[in-house]
Design a protein around this ligand. Structure first.
Ligand code: ATP
Ligand code: MG
Length: 390
């Protein structure tokens, strides 16, 4: 019988809360694999076993496990009775003999401590049979191919190709957040980081229509499709921001506008967060990256709402963020040209040391509460359904 065998990492460090995290993970796995002829999801001794049916589309199942938060790694595994001869026979039967294997090693984990023989003894026993049959060379320190064997009380698993999972914690264990998603490089990476920590994200995008093209909307839609698999679907709210910016330009000195735009965005995002029962806002701000992201300016932006605002990338270098965006798959979308609503009506030299009192005085010229209420009243909402089709 073939199964999917998955491992978790950080959840193993949890004490009393571990069962609660594992229940979330098992539940998410069933949802992630919905519609794929999957059997029982079991949790034998610190691992996750997912039974495969007759007609499971294994490649699709693997694709979905790669984006399941909380999994450290997984593999398609064979099962055998917990007995050295039986395990060896099964491994020999399933070895990919057509593959060119310059060197190999057997790695045994005895989770079932009563199983007779030490792990190195078992590795030698299985390894020497493989060597006899295939002529493959043993390399214990840097093998090109590993035969993994894991022994639990009533069963042994074996597998050859282990894949990395998404890591982090199961989505849903850390509550809901609203992510301010621009079409840029940073905010999708910030979103991915929070989702991996177990947050479920609702996305908000501010666009400059009718003063800008639809490009940023199309980019954000694609970015949400990259992120949605990690949380099994997503909602994105599109807010028309151009008219508000026009109003700001009429009342606020040029240098101060970017900070005022940001404060408006935060207030609108907070109003939308209330609708989806989220208490936290997430942005892709990085200290010092652009003029609007000095600590002084970020403090003034923070003061616009009472919600916790987190900035997961705040101390990262651009190079590090780009590397993460490439791994995530958001980078090629983020670098497509668009017209950011913020470059609309934006001065060449924004202030870098905003003072709250001055900004509040400037805002007093505007019907801020009314502007926020109108903008948050009926955003265009789109839903990306799970499973996300390619
Ligand atoms: P990014 O690559 O995420 O766009 P950036 O370096 O371009 O970041 P800014 O444009 O100053 O930085 O934006 C800072 C943060 O404000 C963004 O990471 C995002 O969270 C939020 N933000 C900016 N513009 C928008 C927008 N049009 N819609 C939603 N959120 C936005
Ligand atoms: Mg931007």
């Amino acid at each position: 019988m073939k199964v999917l065998l998955a491992h978790y990492q950080e959840i193993a460090l949890k004490g009393q809360n571990r069962p609660w995290f594992l229940r979330h993970l098992a539940h998410n796995l069933r949802d992630a694999l919905a519609g794929l002829d999957i059997g029982e999801v079991r949790l034998p001794m610190g691992r996750i076993e997912i039974a495969l049916g007759e007609s499971t589309d294994i490649d699709e199942a693997r694709r979905r496990l790669r984006t399941t938060c909380g999994l450290a790694n997984f593999a398609v595994a064979g099962t055998a009775p917990p007995d050295v001869a039986a395990i060896t026979e099964a491994v020999l039967r399933d070895l990919p003999r057509a593959r060119v294997v310059p060197s190999f090693r057997v790695e045994v984990k005895r989770a079932h401590k009563q199983f007779p023989g030490s792990s190195p003894d078992l590795e030698r026993a299985i390894g020497s049979r493989i060597q006899d049959e295939t002529g493959w060379k043993v390399d214990l320190s840097d093998p090109a191919f590993v035969v993994w064997v894991e022994i639990v009380p009533r069963r042994a698993y074996y597998y050859f190709d282990k894949e990395a999972g998404a890591g982090g914690l199961p989505v849903g264990t850390a509550g809901r957040v609203v992510v301010l998603l621009s079409g840029g490089i940073d905010s999708p990476v910030a979103a991915a980081r929070m989702i991996r920590r177990g947050c479920h994200a609702t996305f908000v995008h501010f666009h400059g229509q009718p003063f800008t093209s639809r490009a940023s909307i199309d980019k954000v839609r694609e970015l949400v499709r990259v992120l949605a698999p990690y949380q099994l679907g997503a909602h994105v709210m599109f807010v028309a921001f151009g008219e508000l910016q026009r109003q700001v330009t009429m009342a606020v000195p040029a240098a101060m506008r970017v900070v005022v735009y940001r404060r408006l965005m935060m207030r609108i995002a907070a109003a939308l967060a209330a609708k989806v029962h989220a208490h936290t806002l997430v942005t892709g701000d990085v200290v010092g990256q652009v003029a609007s992201q000095t600590l002084d300016n970020l403090a003034v932006v923070d003061a616009a709402t009472r919600l916790l605002t987190v900035r997961p990338l705040v101390g990262m270098d651009k190079e590090e963020i780009i590397a993460e965006a490439v791994r995530l798959g958001s980078y090629p979308i983020s670098i497509l040209p668009d017209e950011d609503c913020c470059s609309l009506f934006t001065p060449r030299h924004p202030m870098t040391r905003a003072r709250l009192a001055e900004v509040e005085a400037a805002e007093a010229e505007l019907p801020i509460a009314e502007m926020v209420r109108t903008a948050a009243a009926d955003p265009e909402i789109e839903r990306v359904q799970w499973p996300v089709l390619k």
